[in-house]
Ligand binder design. Structure first.
Ligand code: SDX
Length: 380
């Protein structure tokens, strides 16, 4: 075998082409289907952004109204899924989401139809049902009845309604809507790559999405926002931040919410979450979280020389916290957004499919003789 170059973690390896998102890690630029994330965060909604990602164009008013109505009528869960959630209510919310989505495959009439049209139908159902699963579990584990979806509310507002049992104010609903836009799609991140690998074998949409959920859970990926909030609570006061960071770095620990495989400057999504964290903190009379976060960011400034800046997960946790969302729901909320990107990746993989099967470089022994068991020496 010719000597194999090994790229651990597939660092710097381009595995396919995409039209879904453009990421410039040096410039800190992100486009969804050619549109800048700053424009989408400012002017779009999660529903409109999801349509853009799946269909490759901004919808007309009529197209958006139709798409939005399809999402609204697809939010309810089969009763069996609620029963499964009750049975595993003490599990981590990401494990409940993964299990519920896996079970949903058994109730989906299109499960084995991998046509574009069927995948759009399944994508609509999954995108609409993720919030219902997350909110229902949050209520059930507190001994409360799930709140049925409200078809009169938009996607983000309806989630907060199902979670808290009361309609959110406009500002809170918009804060979550912007967060969902920002987390929707991000190229071949670990969970999207898992989705692509599963789709590349021609397994079904549900199987691919379950793989994505399992992958996103890891603290090096989607789990960072939960870890950031735990850190902020541990720091307690802004004046403690610098010493906390210095000590953690001296001990070789990583500060969650910083660093990125692609961005070697500030993650362009972070500025919108930094702004939301500040505004929500002031509005809710809890400015201390944002004050602690900015002090941590200041203390991490020296690492910018190594290309380590805030990423999308650094400020998002405090926004969720201020929206009254428990910390262990932070990653499920990331998944509620990234389902739109995962569906995009499945659609794109199947446009021109090739099975994804990289190599490993073998470094073990060669051609050993088989030894009968009676001749094997027991370890001392
Ligand atoms: C997301 O890929 C995506 O697009 C993901 C995402 C998306 O939208 O899907 O953007 C969402 O997952 C954001 C990242 C959330 N994760 C975290 O915040 C966890 C903390 N960050 C990291 O562990 C790390 O930065 C990664 C995993 C995100 C990226 O790791 P890489 O590219 O493999 O870099 P590395 O682990 O090789 O680190 C390079 C150097 C190391 O120092 P040296 O050993 O070279 O001296 O940078 C250091 C690391 O120790 N480093 C950090 C650090 N992250 C990297 N040091 C302190 N704190 C950190 N957070």
């Amino acid at each position: 075998m010719a000597d194999q170059e090994v790229y651990r973690g597939l660092k710097g390896v381009t595995v396919d082409v995409t039209e879904a998102s453009f990421i410039d890690g040096e410039a800190g630029k992100l486009l969804y289907r050619g549109y800048n994330i700053h424009d989408l965060a400012e002017h779009s909604t999660f529903e409109e952004t999801t349509y853009l990602l799946w269909h490759g164009k901004l919808p007309t008013r009529r197209e958006l109204e139709h798409f939005d109505s399809q999402l609204r009528v697809s939010r309810t869960l089969p009763p069996e899924i609620l029963e499964i959630i009750r049975l595993i209510k003490s599990a981590h919310p990401m494990d409940v989401l993964r299990t519920a989505v896996s079970a949903l495959a058994a109730f989906d009439p299109d499960v084995n139809d991998n046509s574009f049209e069927a995948n759009i139908r399944k994508g609509i159902r999954l995108t609409a049902q993720f919030p219902t699963i997350v909110a229902a579990h949050a209520r059930i584990r507190e001994g409360k009845e799930p709140v049925p979806p409200n078809p009169n509310l938009g996607h983000a507002a309806n989630f907060l309604y199902m979670l808290h049992g009361k309609e959110p104010d406009e500002v809170s609903a918009r804060a979550l809507d912007v967060d969902l836009i920002l987390h929707a799609e991000h190229g071949s991140n670990a969970s999207a790559f898992s989705v692509r690998v599963t789709a590349s074998t021609l397994a079904d949409m549900h199987a691919a999405i379950v793989a994505g959920i399992g992958t996103l859970k890891g603290p090096l990926h989607g789990g960072a926002a939960e870890a950031v909030m735990a850190m902020v609570k541990e720091i307690g006061k802004p004046e403690n931040a610098e010493a906390y960071v210095k000590k953690a770095l001296a001990e070789g620990k990583r500060i969650m919410g910083f660093g990125h495989r692609v961005y070697k400057t500030e993650d362009p999504r972070a500025r919108h979450l930094r702004k939301l964290a500040k505004e929500m903190g002031e509005r809710m009379g809890q400015p201390e979280w944002y004050q602690i976060l900015t002090k941590v960011e200041e203390a991490m400034a020296p690492l910018r020389e190594k290309g380590i800046y805030v990423n999308v997960d650094f400020y998002s946790g405090s926004v969720y916290y201020l929206l009254g969302i428990p910390e262990d729901l932070f990653v499920p909320i990331f998944a509620m957004s990234r389902i739109s990107g995962w569906v995009t990746q499945v659609l794109e993989q199947w446009k021109d499919n090739v099975i994804i099967r990289p190599l490993l470089k073998y470094v073990g022994p060669m051609d050993l003789p088989y030894v009968p068991i009676d001749q094997r020496v027991e370890a001392a």
